[in-house]
Every structure is written in C-alpha cells, then in structure tokens.
Design a protein around this ligand. Sequence first.
Ligand code: NAD
Length: 521
Amino acid sequence: TKLWKYYPKRLVQTSAKKEDVGLLPTVHNFVGGKFVTSNGPIIHTVTNPATGETLQKVPGTTRQEVDQVMQIAQEAFGSWSTTPIGRRLNYIFQLREAEIDVRFQGIKKRSKDIAQVITRELGKTPADAQGDVARGLEIVEYSCGAAGKLEGMFQKNVATNVDMMQMREPLGVCLGVCPFNFPAMIPLWMLPMSTVVGNTIVLKPSELVPGAVELIAQVVDEAQFPPGVFNVVQGGKETVDCLLEHPGLKAVSFVGSTPVGRHIYRKASERGIRAQCNMGAKNHAVIMPDAAKDTALNALIGAAFGASGQRCMAISVGVFVGEAGNWISELVKRTQSLVLGTAEGSDLGPLVTEKAKQRVEKLIQSAESQGAKIEYRASVPSSKGNWVGPTIISQVKPHMDVYQQEIFGPVLSCIHVETLDDAIQLINNNPYGNGTSIFTQSGVVARMFQSNIQVGQIGINLPIPVPAPPFGFTGSKDSMWGDLPFYGSTGFEFYTRPKTVITRWDEKVQSAIHTSMPLHR
Ligand code: NAD
C-alpha cells in the first residue's frame, strides 16, 4: 500500500491503518544476517515530519538482546578478521554495485529508494536526500582502496641479526552510534571503513530515522556478507549504554550532539577503549566588505537554510565585517525566494520532530526578548508537520541564547563587527570548532584567517567545507573528541591497532645472560 511504499517489501508485516500506531510495523534489528524484531519496549514512533503521518515503531533493544548480538559479532570476527583483504574488498564492491546476479542492486543503484525513505522520515528535499546517500557512497568507494592503506613496516638488521616489523590489525567488535540528520551518510562513514579492515560492527541508527539503515542492511544481506559482520540494533540511550558496557566492545564511533558525545567518550575512556566522537557545532561565516557579494550572500543562504539548518556544518552565524553590515536587507530579499516543501525542486523541508520545532521557535522568541531584531521570518506551507520558516536575526550578541546554543533549525544569526581581528576573536572564543568560512577577494586576508582561526575545517569563498576522502573529517574543540578523525587515512588508523614483531635468527648461541637494557648492537 502507499504507506509502505518505501520500505523493503519483505519487511512489511501488516496492512495496518496508518492511524493505528499499535498496528504499525516495527523496525527490525539485523543480527547475524537475519532481520529480527526486538522484544524491547517501543521507545519511539516515526512520523513523516512534513505531514505528521505515523510510519513505524522503534523498539529499544534490550540488554539480553545486546548480549546476543555482541556474541554473534565476536564470533564472526574470528573468521572475518582472517579473511584475505581481497575477499573482504569484494563485499565492499558488492555493497556499491550489483555483482551477484541481475536481481541484486548495490547502494549506488538503490540510492533513490534510500533517499525516498530519508525524505519520508526526515523531511529532506529529494535532491538533498540523494546528496546524503551520495556522500556516504564516497566512503564506500574510498574503502574499496583499503588494500593499499594497510601495509605495515619492516626493517632488517635493527640490531645484529634482529629484524623488526610492524603491522596493523583489526580491533574486534566496533560500535557505531548515529544521529538523525544524515540517515545514510553517517552509517556509511562507519560500515565500510570498519569492516573492510577486518572488524565486525554493531550499528545503532537514530531512533528518529531508522528506515535508511534498514534498507542498507537489506543490501548487506543481499551482498551476502558473512553473518554477524554487520549488525543493526534499534533503540535509544538505554540500548547504547548496554552496548558501551559490554566487555566485548573494542571501539566506538559516535556522531551526534556534544553532551551525548562527551558521555560516550568518557564511558569508552574509562574502559580504555578508543572512541571518535563527532559532535555539535556553531559555524560562523565571515563576510568581508571586499567579498563578491552575490557569491557570498547566495552561499550564506544555502548553508544556513539547506536541510533546514539541520547539518553539523550548517552556517548559523553570519559575521559581517565593516560595510558588509549593510547587506542584510539584500540577504533578506534573496531568502524570500526559497521554496519550502519536500517535492522535487523545493529548497528546504520541515524539522525532524515537533519537539525540535518548539525548541527552535523558543530560541527565536528568546532572541527578540533579549534585544535582537527579527529581520525576516518566512511563513510555513502547512499547519500540519514540523515547519519552521527561514528566519534571519540581526543585532545578535554573544551572550544571547540564540548565539550560545546550537539551534539546528533554519535560523541565521547576524553579528556586525568592525575588523577581521574582531571576527577571528569571536569565532575563537566559541567552544565549538567544526567549520567556518570567509568570503573575501584578498588572498592576504584569507591567509591570515586560515592561520589564526581555531576551527578544524575552513572554507575560503565556500560555505560548507566538508572534507572528502582521502581527507578525514577534522572538527575540533567541543565538536570533536578523539584523536583520529572519521574516514580518510585516519579512519583506517582508528579501526586498526599497530602490532610490532621483533625477531632474531642468529647462527651463534647466546652464551651469556644480559640483564642490562638491550641496545641496538
Ligand atoms: P543525539 O546526540 O541526540 O543522538 C545521537 C545518537 O545518540 C542517537 O543514536 C541517540 O539514540 C543516541 N543517544 C541519545 N542520547 C543518548 C545518551 N544519553 N546516551 C547514549 N546514547 C544516546 O544527536 P541527534 O539529535 O540525533 O543529532 C544532531 C546532533 O548531531 C547535532 O548536535 C549535530 O551537530 C550533530 N552532528 C555532528 C556531526 C559531526 O560530524 N560533527 C554530524 C552530524 C550531526
């Protein structure tokens, strides 16, 4: 029926009326190569954020079920980690392409289906949802080159007849905890990179948008990955805590908000397992008076309002230097052309939940009551769903709530400063360090900015500087905890551990006992 159109056909169990939440299908776990339903309590009902239509129920996987999946993933690690790299690579190729028979389609050919699920559950526009899948596919493709990234080191004769080698080995069972705002891209940062080097993984999608990972699991199933290599458990924080506490866990990759990322990093560190936590953001774009005006304003609008501001690299603060402060009215005029909707050709959709909408509206109101000026607030296309119109606020000051908090909505705060130094100081004082950008025609100014700014990813005359492989995602400060960024060569380092072997093959017998520190003789 229409309601289930975007879900894997064989997963749909019922023809429930959409009004009846009790009869809605339950999203599945994928454990040991099988789709199974958790016995845990229902923790969330997924709704279409554009219409309020209910879609499916999400259970919270229980501790007992977590123990089972961890055991299966640990068992699978044994043979997967010793499978030759060439064979592991074949599975990753299959994940991307149809290779088994004509009926099978990899993620690339299925990207439209996955994008439709994303639009339905998250409200991204079709083009943006397809971008979500495409950016994830880049990491699948990069992982196909893993063979060249895993070589070790060897040195002959580090001492007499002593040789030394260092190799990289997989860790064991890894955990991936995902946010709602990139339902395909972020799981695809984790799945191929962790498994291609020989780990097995348990992935926990966001309970708000579980559908895309369910489809990805279906592709994994059809690509005939060995059971237990890739597993999915549904749930929320209780399920994540059960996973983090499991003694078999060797590493955790987290993407989400800063408070949750800190919690996960601390829990992992206490146990001595590695964690990479990509977290929240407050990204500033500096507009210099010499900037190419059209480029700068259009880029600012796209980066502030695209995905309704629900991107960790969204620009949420425009810092206008000197006379560039006069461009706000022009910014408003251009923003008025944006089309709200989830159909082809629309520019931005709704927010993910009713709660998110209320939070963003409250922050907009707080800005006004704390002395800022609402320059523009677009009307919304429907009273149903979680719509918030693009909003531009000027005269924002750093102490205001709208500046202090990550908004994660279609709201651009504008701050006016006198000099480039003032702009740099403002940005450096902010606790987040995910991304920033500057618009200028001066190479000298751009170079000063990139040298002095304490932010991990910098765009010069472009607004959303998200690295593509072989580079990794290098947020900093409270936007990233952990030493090894996601994907790129550091991604391979994160998912492997170096091991050193030193050998002596000596013709002579060692006739004496040496108790002093061995030297390289
Ligand atoms: P969130 O922190 O609420 O949830 C992320 C994941 O953590 C979910 O799977 C959720 O179930 C789980 N979780 C929630 N509370 C938990 C707890 N107390 N203990 C253990 N697990 C818990 O984040 P979100 O709202 O889904 O995503 C939006 C946030 O993610 C924003 O802050 C955004 O900036 C950030 N984000 C960052 C990046 C990046 O690369 N820096 C990318 C995308 C999103």
